[in-house]
Design a protein around this ligand. Sequence first.
Ligand code: NOJ
Length: 559
Amino acid sequence: MTDESLGKGWYKDAIIYEVHVKSFQDSNSDGWGDFIGLTGKLDYLQKLGVTALWLLPFTDSPLKDDGYDIRDYYKVHPPYGSMEDFQGFLEEAHKRGLRVITELVMNHTSNTHPWFLSASSSRSSPFRDYYVWSDTPDRYKGTRIIFSDTEKSNWTWEPKTRQYYWHRFFHHQPDLNFDNPKVQEEMLNVVKFWFSLGVDGLRCDAVPYLYEREGTNCENLPETHAFIKRLRADIDREFPDRMLLAEANQWPHDVLPYFGNDDEFHMAYHFPLMPRLFIAIAQGDRKPITDILQQTPPIPEGCQWAIFLRNHDELTLEMVSDQERDYLWSTYAEDPRMRLNLGIRRRLAPLMGNDRRKIDLMHSLLLTLPGTPILYYGDEIGMGDNIHLGDRNGVRTPMQWSFDRNGGFSNADPSDLYAPPIQNPVYGYQVVNVETQIRYPTSPLNVLRQMIEVRQSTPVFGRGTMTVLHPKNRHVFACLRELGNDVVLVINNLSDRTESVLLDLSRFRGYRPVELFSQTLFPVLERAHFHFTVSPYGYFWLALRPPDAPVRSRKKIVR
Ligand code: NOJ
């Protein structure tokens, strides 16, 4: 695909779908999803309306961190298929206009990577300096421990060569030493390899932690930015239409430098927004959302936020105050098994108590706030989770396609599956599955599909400005999205009661609101203030059409 076909900055107009090859569809009945299976489901994804797929790690790995522990950067993990299978998948995705984003895990490898096997076998190994070693575990004391439930230190003793090695995540994931120019070259080669194959974007894991410096917290160091600028310059030269997405779980002002001067990452996740959406809907109050939006600085022209509700990790509570964390824990994780590290290991539907109104409202927020939305596989049908599975595996269970054996995910013997599908009476595959939801128009799947269709009917959501409105009624979060002459007024009722709200729309006197799902014409805005009534957890997306605008006929989307 070229920029001509999708427009420059394709990632700004994208709807990204995060998917695990392992979890989507098993084509050879071995109990593990694979590339051939995923390829067979591309039509489903195209119909859903997503425009890009983000694949979780799929290169060879002992899977002690579900593939984020890489053993070989250049080989597909055998149960997922071969390199040919991957290329076949990529080609089929591109044929359907779907971009493909894969993972770049630069910060660390598995301790079974040949580099580490060699480095840890002798101090004179040519790979010794690929990793970070120390005689004492007392260096870099100011560094926090991320996987605090499992790791007690960022240093682990290596008995054979009698030194400690550094790791920001699990002890079996030694950090690479970016002070070593050879490591930098290795990573630049990995990037070139995947971009040469035709991958459209890379989601760059754990970027704040590439370097270590004494007397700092070893995050967001200037050396990291220098390396990213070099990486970006290489890409701009050789692969100009590709995208780099930063995983930097930081406050907005600390993420800002990762965009650089339009010369580092094209995109970065907005981590702090996510938990605040969950606070806002629980409290029926817009303040958590408006506060964080206010603290979000403008970003360079070519850049874009990536926003999300849930993903493959725990709902991370690092970017909230202690008070907010306690609130979220007591509201959303009453059972201690729902908690992991500084977060909550649950999916969207259970977090919302399976309340359809709340799930739809969360999607309304996701699809109308500034940035590119990322959906997590299974959330489109309201899949549940399994808190009995270890680590974050409870939110990574097989996709539920039908009420057939193994939820239609695999024909394998159920005991051979990589993980059991969800089987409980509320979220089990017998009730929550794609086949059922395709059949009725108001299913979670079909409503989300319609929302995506409406969102994609105008570039205003991906590229427009946002003006937050401040009506007296704090239960309502309302904003204007604008791009050129296109104006959309979005109204979300965060409370469980019908709310009435008076909005100052003086700028749009004489305009006529058109409800975007039904194409219903609202009365012309004749006064400066306009009164709306919104049902519990209800939402409106209203195009504001100027008085002289030609009547546009657009397909009516029935809800
Ligand atoms: C962030 C990933 O999202 C997470 O799943 C992983 O465990 C860590 N980085 C370490 O790679």
